[in-house]
Design a protein around this ligand. Sequence first.
Ligand SMILES: Nc1nc2c(ncn2[C@@H]2O[C@H](COP(=O)(O)OP(=O)(O)OP(=O)(O)O)[C@@H](O)[C@H]2O)c(=O)[nH]1
Ligand SMILES: [Zn+2]
Length: 212
Amino acid sequence: MTEHPSAGSAASPLSPPAPVTGAVDLPRIEAAVREILLAVGEDPERDGLRGTPSRVARAYEEAFQGLREDPAELMSTTFDIGHEELVLVRDVPFYSMCEHHLVPFFGHAHIGYIPSPEGRVTGLSKLARLVDIFAKRPQVQEQLTTQVVEALMEHLCPRGAIVVVEAEHLCMSMRGVSKPGARTITSAVRGQLRDAATRSEAMSLMLHGRPN
Ligand SMILES: Nc1nc2c(ncn2[C@@H]2O[C@H](COP(=O)(O)OP(=O)(O)OP(=O)(O)O)[C@@H](O)[C@H]2O)c(=O)[nH]1
Ligand SMILES: [Zn+2]
């Protein structure tokens, strides 16, 4: 059995661990799921559950695929189009897994940046993919928000960047405090977007006039 390659490394939100190498250990997940089913008093051999351990293993492989993806590689395609003002992609849906309970939290991310003076921009889809790279990991919302903004700063060198994440956490909805509908909003702002007027313009573009 292999241990997590980055286990024990200092997990600073500002420097996400390097991508994990090697495939997900599907048989290990299957064995663990079987144990969970037994522990709650179920029969993993009954008809409806027989395929469940392998289904869960494949579902986890997908849910955590961001651990094996490299933001540097994703952001390596840039264009110089001389646009020096705000670029903003709003309402990017995402699904992540709360690292405390391993249940989903999900919602929308809004990502904006002011390109570098050379006008270096990336493809719009890459911004959405960047959210997925960090969402598809065991995660907390604040860290997801910070990791996306830090990756933008590191790989695009923009004059400023802003990321706002709005999410519902199933660990707060379906269990525990049981508050369905409660939404958590986090933001991370860097560079020129910290300036009050610029930040407020970006925030209002992100959060107002959206279809509900
Ligand atoms: N800051 C932050 N907290 C989170 C996030 N996701 C879940 N949590 C919280 O993590 C906390 C874990 O608290 P614990 O007391 O260790 O666990 P618990 O007994 O299951 O807590 P309850 O959820 O209150 O039942 C809870 O308050 C969750 O609401 C997140 O993305 N960010
Ligand atoms: Zn949780």
